[in-house]
Design a protein around this ligand. Structure first.
Ligand SMILES: [Zn+2]
Length: 220
């Protein structure tokens, strides 16, 4: 039987790279995205297009009902304004969706069990460690321990870039020949990326760090 992998795929550049990492293993890949009430659906549309082009099964799970538990995150419709600047700033903590990765991974694991997939891939990386507790190695390790025993079938959680920076991920993707035009990072869902929000700043820095130009179009 061909090995199956479920990939938590948002449409952003990290998970886009992870998706291709999973495909490169030769496994049958199943992508899962979540609509948790993001202020815009641009990332999800980009994800759907990529999966269609790759001929992958793509599930988009609507989990908007959990928003009732998640007041205040600026990434959610009805939340506060999206802060500009860098992730280092304390204001970026408002972009944290409570318990996000545990919720998403739980669902991805459920999907993996139903498919008899042995692994779930997701795109945690070192750049998020200081601000997002659920991207840290100890979280991944603990979550993995749980997912190995939570069902009759064990599912392994793999975060291939756990100890890598955003720059490293981009470097790995560029080495794989990936076209990052097929990704969306900006927290704003307009026609072109804003170039000002924390996500855009981080993305642009990663491209600069890799001595290459972001193929995405930016405002202004
Ligand atoms: Zn932006």
């Amino acid at each position: 039987m061909t090995k199956k992998i479920v990939v938590v795929y948002s449409g952003g550049m990290d998970s886009y790279t992870v998706l291709h990492k999973a495909i490169a293993t030769g496994a049958e890949v199943y992508a899962i995205s979540f609509n948790y009430g993001q202020k815009h659906s641009k990332e999800l549309l980009v994800a759907a297009k990529v999966c269609q082009q790759l001929g992958l099964v793509h599930k988009v799970v609507d989990i908007r009902m959990i928003n009732e538990l998640m007041v205040g995150s600026s990434l959610l419709a009805g939340g506060s304004e999206i802060p500009e600047g860098h992730y280092e700033g304390d204001n970026m903590k408002s972009t944290v969706v409570p318990n996000r990765n545990m919720i998403l991974l739980s669902m991805a694991i459920a999907y993996a069990v139903s498919l008899e997939a042995s692994q779930v891939f997701y795109g945690a990386h070192s750049g998020d460690h200081h601000i997002y507790p659920d991207c840290r190695p100890e979280f991944v390790q603990a979550m993995n321990a749980v997912s190995m025993i939570a069902n009759y079938q064990s599912v392994e959680i793999i975060a291939p870039f756990l100890n890598d920076s955003k720059n490293d991920i981009l470097a790995a993707g560029l080495a794989m020949g990936l076209d990052y035009k097929n990704t969306w990072t900006c927290y704003n869902g307009r026609d072109k990326a804003c170039g000002k929000c924390g996500a855009c700043n981080e993305r642009l820095e990663a491209f600069a760090e890799n001595d290459t130009v972001d193929p995405l179009e930016y405002e202004g």
